[in-house]
Design a protein around this ligand. Sequence first.
Ligand code: SF4
Length: 419
Amino acid sequence: MDLGEKIAILASAAKYDASCASSGGTPQAKGGGRRGFGVNLPAGICHSWTGDGRCVSLLKVLYSNVCRYDCAYCVNRVSSDTPRASFTMDELVSLTREFYRRNYIEGLFLSSGIFADPDIVMEKLIATARKLRTEEGYAGYIHLKIIPGTGEKLIREAGRWADRLSANIELPTDKSLQTLAPQKSGKVILGAMKEAAEARAEYEEDRRHIRSTPDFAPAGQSTQLIVGASEEDDRQIVTLSGALYRKFGLRRVYYSAFIPVGGAGRGGIPDPRLPDIPGPPLVREHRLYQADWLLRFYHFSAAEILEDSPYLDMHLDPKTAWALKHPDRFPVEISRADYEELLRVPGIGAKSSRRIIETRRSRSLTFDGLRRLGVILKRARYFITVAGAALDCLDNPKRVRRVLADSDGAGLQLPLFEF
Ligand code: SF4
């Protein structure tokens, strides 16, 4: 098989992994003391996307799509009759180097099917990253997948060469893992996250005393949760995400709407373990990203976001849904409200909250002024007063819900901006 065919198979095989964004990286040549070619990306830059909206700014490939495991939702599972291929380490190193030099990519995302003992597979990924760093002088972004079942020593080794590590939790409960990914265990996956988090903390502590301490996965950890392949509700998912952020300091949880992959089972017969759905639940995925935003930047707890329903409102963003259930918390007076109160107002984000507090130290605010600070008045108008004046009110939450649900439209853009 020639290299072009391998790339086609192994890039396609990797596309269902959503945990690939390069946000959160720091320039290695500055921060980690690594020298050589390759400039890392500022947070959030992604240059291209797959048709279903996933980031492919990295060379995102599997080392091999040969896999012993039989995860029902995965096109690479052992029972799938998909074409198989594997790179050699030298092929991957040379591909990364050449693609980077030609400006095709800004980094490498490397995962693999479990074609052998997990430690053997992980060692291949690590060896590729290590060779890029030590022999090729590559200082660009590297995201390595932690293969489920990898030993602690190799997790610690992986973090030496990667900017980001990710162990995919995949499904929210052990029960679902047992049904859909019977060779995987939540305990093992969480153990890998814990090991990576502890190693990172140790390196950071060492760096406080010895400045030359090398980096350990400076862009942190991420994980992926598949949404809609199993029966868990949004409350279980958001609660789990909240715990992962708290316990392991994860940078991101990526939600991946379950894609019913082609006829899935042996001989094209759908796998009976999977739900029969017409397409990926993209609106649900979108709402989960918004809820995740509330967890990470707006100081909401999972219990607050889903206090009286196990599912997020599909017609309203979760912050507006929360506000409409708490009319007693509004209106918020903009000239006096503290940061936490401002954060709770639909249409006022973290950045505009900070700008409001900063600006009102030197001058009075007006509705026009708020607009210039980035406040989305179309939303915020029902929830605020400015020096006692109001544009609208919350006297009839059902009316407001109708207006905001229409204007939100359950769009499918990721919440890159404040809401
Ligand atoms: S371990 Fe499961 S999810 Fe990973 S490649 Fe194998 S079958 Fe797919």
